[in-house]
Design a binder for this molecule. Sequence first.
Ligand code: CMC
Length: 431
Amino acid sequence: MARDTVTIIDNATGRRIELEVRRGTMGPPAMDISRLYRDFGFLTYDPGFQSTASCSSAITYIDGDKGILLYRGYPIEQLAEQSTFLEVAYLMLYGRLPNAEELDRFSRTIAKHTMIKESLKSFYQGFYHDAHPMASMVGVVGSLSAFYHDSTDIHDPASRELAALRLVAKMPTIAAGCYKYSIGEPFMYPRNDLSYCGNLLHMMFSVPTEDYVVDPVAEKALDMIFILHADHEQNASTATVRLAGSSGANPFACISSGITALWGPAHGGANEAVLKMLEEIGDASNIPKYIARAKDKNDPFRLMGFGHRVYKNYDPRAKIIRRMCHQVLEKFGDANDPLFELAMRLEEIALQDEYFIERKLYPNVDFYSGIIYKALGIPVNMFTVMFAIARTVGWVAQWMEMIAEPDQRIGRPRQIYTGHAQRDYVPLDQR
Ligand code: CMC
């Protein structure tokens, strides 16, 4: 049988470079270039990693042309419809669906870890009162490594698992703390009788002086959004977590670095940016002006919530969340909310525009998530924090997968140097 290789010819020397081809279960084949520099002296150049598989992974599969997203093989549509966020978390972390007893045990374990140390709360006081909650979250999550020394031994599988469980469990508590601090209200303790998302709503919206009843529609909506956001293979924040982790950094530091990467408007920060953009557009009559700006190469403005590096077909998450958007607005908002109307009109116009059609720019998941969050009463600057809670599951699963690899090594990209050639230092008095 012919060897599974690709041959590249160096036209300058006529040298033939044979590369092994690696094939996964699904998806495009990859040329293995790991020995390219050592054996042939060539680097590869791929800014933005558009053609680079940085690792192999068994967690999430995306077919961007067909609009397919699978977690551990299960279609996102089925998980969003039939599963729960904690079940998906189990699936991500352990690679298979739990049975009833395993899910119950897992849920109780997560519930047991929801509290944060009392002294950790004083970290919030160090932030200025109007700090962006993402800034506080980066700091507080990073500081967890100073509190949980028993789960920072990355070479011990049990320690890694404990860190993963702690991160998944404490993230809602930390996020709610960011919110409560920003509005000057007392922090609420977690309630372990509530679901993962029910507890988050409780910690965000209840106050010590009154009873708070979690609304089941809000709880379900949040749970579904969290399922949709749980993982998305090697996106910017996950790749950041892996790169930070490859140096042997502790898991809390790695997740904190993932949060910083998520914050950018081209990534998780898009949900906040969408809302701000819709508010700026203000009225459907202004849409053509903004579409024209998005198309103008001299204007940095982009239609936030449109386009995706991998999906060149409709984002499957956007399809699901779009339906959810209607249900949530029926219950909590005015189904004729001007913002929602505006979003629908923008979507319609953009989808008919040649510029967007040609470039396959469809609305992505974040086009809708912000509208839902807004209807649920979640403030705009908390939108990306919500994303970070959900994505923590993916981050820790990917981090654990990476560390467990037998030939795991530090990630160290190379570069094409474009600076000065070597030159001699000129003493100050001669310049
Ligand atoms: N509005 C206007 N033009 C756009 C947009 C947009 N939102 N997105 C891409 N384009 C154009 C871009 O100018 C380029 O045009 P041309 O070929 O003429 O130069 C072409 O489409 C390809 O764009 P790109 O920048 O090469 O694509 P990318 O894969 O590097 O970027 C993206 C992907 C998501 C960063 C980008 O589409 C974008 O900035 N979108 C808005 C931000 C956003 O909604 N991000 C959330 C992504 S989904 C949530 C998540 O996973 O984090």
